[in-house]
Structures are given as structure tokens and as C-alpha cells.
Design a protein around this ligand. Sequence first.
Ligand code: F0G
Length: 338
Amino acid sequence: MVNGIIERYRDRLPFAPGDPVVSLGEGNTPLVLAPRLSERAGVEVWLKLEGANPTGSFKDRGMTTAVSAAVREGATAVVCASTGNTAASAAAYAARAGLRCAVVVPEGNIAMGKLAQALVHGARVIALKANFDAALTLVRELVERQPISLVNSVNDFRLQGQKTAAFEVVEALAGELDAVCLPVGNAGNITAYWLGFTESGRRPRMLGFQAEGAAPLVRGAPVEHPTTIASAIRIGNPARWEEAMDAMRSSGGTVAAVSDGQILEAYRFLAGAEGIFCEPASAAGVAGLLAHGAQDARRVVCVLTGHGLKDPEIAVGNAAGAISCEPELSALERAVLQ
Ligand code: F0G
């Protein structure tokens, strides 16, 4: 039997026994201590590996709830705007539920793994000649006109599902944590974590990090043309702006920016020194911790929101290449020992 977050946390989610559940066994992801990162940051750091979800990102927590609710309401189709992960997750859960799915992504600006997922699960993939913010505005208008269920994080069921990651962190650390570092894009996830922590009676500082070229919350104004190599968080006008700012303020946290260089450095450090491969956007939280610190925290959780395999182009483009070798022992010896 598939045992996902709705089954595990039904008493804290808006689902009654007997309601339809569309699940791929999401949640229950590893929380691992990061000794080398802890040493570098001067604070005990734990990593929440959300890339271990069924489609490789935290979106699955919110998609099981959003798609289950859509089925309960009798929907036959779902739609989302996405920088890639929401699209991949929506496509998978829609396939599971037997719903039609359309995903609207910024043309040329989504990572290859995510595009592959949306396509292989049979979603209608629409490459919009615009950025994510324009795509979200359009799909919000579309669902006013058509009987299609919107599964972006403007849908409250998404936040309900995503708050379960905070429950897991509280359980794993017996509630003993001082701060949480998160990358911030459309600002749904940091809002959902804060919801989950407050429902658990905990108030860790919420530390949100945006990429320098896509940092509306840091600047205090929308960014018309957001840019960053971390395509997942290339967002200039977050839908959950107010709620996210409230989460950071109420928890005594902050929002700050990190450069693409800092993101890539953290990304390589996690892979090379901790054995953990996350996607670039996910490394923004760790880059933020390293660049800005965590105030007086003793124990910090960094949420690694998506798996590194989502974006093979960035991975290969930022690593030493493979070494070509003739099929002879001496050549192999040289290549190995070089
Ligand atoms: N990390 C990853 C890997 C993401 O895909 C996203 C958002 C975020 C962080 C930021 O989360 O938007 O809740 O603040 N991805 C969305 C998408 C926008 O379409 O897949 P957020």
C-alpha cells in the first residue's frame, strides 16, 4: 500500500477518511546531518532531502493534496504555470489520477530533467514566450474561464500538503531547532513551512534566500526581468509575497540575496564534500547560510528542495569533463592515476 502524507497526517489535513487519495508515497524524506557544512558554517546543520520525493522535489507533498482535492471536487483536468518542478509533479499526479494536465512553462528556461518528466507523464507542455510571472497571471485568468483546477501554490491545498515537511523536521529533531534556510521563488514553500511549524507549536527563524537577479522580496519591489542560473527560482513577483514576509518577520528571520556564484559554490560543496546532489535553486539556502550566517542559531535545517538530476546541463557544465581513454591497461593506469 502506498503510504503518503495524507495517510500519515490526515488528522492535520483537510481530508476525511474515505476521501479519494492520489498518492505516490511522497514525504518521509531523509534528514541528514552535514558534518563538513556544519564545520564551515560554525553551526550544526541538517539537510532535509526533498529530492527524495517521488518526482524528485518537494512539490509532491503539495501535489498529492491538490490533485486529491481536485478529484474530490470532480475535476477532469489540472493546469499550472511552472519553472519546472511543479510541472513535473502535476504531470505525474495527474497521470496517476487519470486527469488531463497542461503545464505552462517559460520557453527555453526550464531544466531538461523537468521537461522530460512533464512530457513522459503525458502532460500537454506549453512553452510560453514569456517568464514564469506572466505564465502564472495567464493561467489564473484561464481557470476563471474554464473548468480546470489550478494546482499552483496559490491553491491552499498545496500549502496544506507542503506543511507536512515541517512536521517531519519537528518529529526528527524532537522540536529542537533554531532556524530553517529555504530558497524562495513564488514563496509558497516558506509560507507552508511556517504554517507547519506554528501548528506544531514551534517558532524557528525562517531564513529565506533569493537569487540576486531574482530577489523581489529583498528589494521590496517586483523584478520585471528576473535572471539566475537557478531556473527554479527565476521569479520576479511571488504570489505568496505577503504571507512569506509575514513568516519571516513573525519568526524573527530574514530574507537575503545570494549571487549565482555563491549558489554554484554551495552546490559543488554539497556534492563534493557531503555526497548530496541537489539542484542549483536548492543550494541557495545553503549559500545563504554560508554568506549571511544564521544569527545566534545552534541547530539549523537547510531544505534541499529538488534533486540534482533535474538539471543535468548545469551539473555537466560546471564540472571537469570525462577523461577519454584508449582500451589499454597502460592508458587506463595513466588516466586513473593522473
Ligand atoms: N526550490 C525548487 C527546486 C523549486 O522548484 C522551487 C519552486 C523553489 C525552491 C521555491 O519554492 O516557489 O514555493 O518559493 N518552483 C516552482 C515551480 C515555482 O514551478 O516548480 P517557492
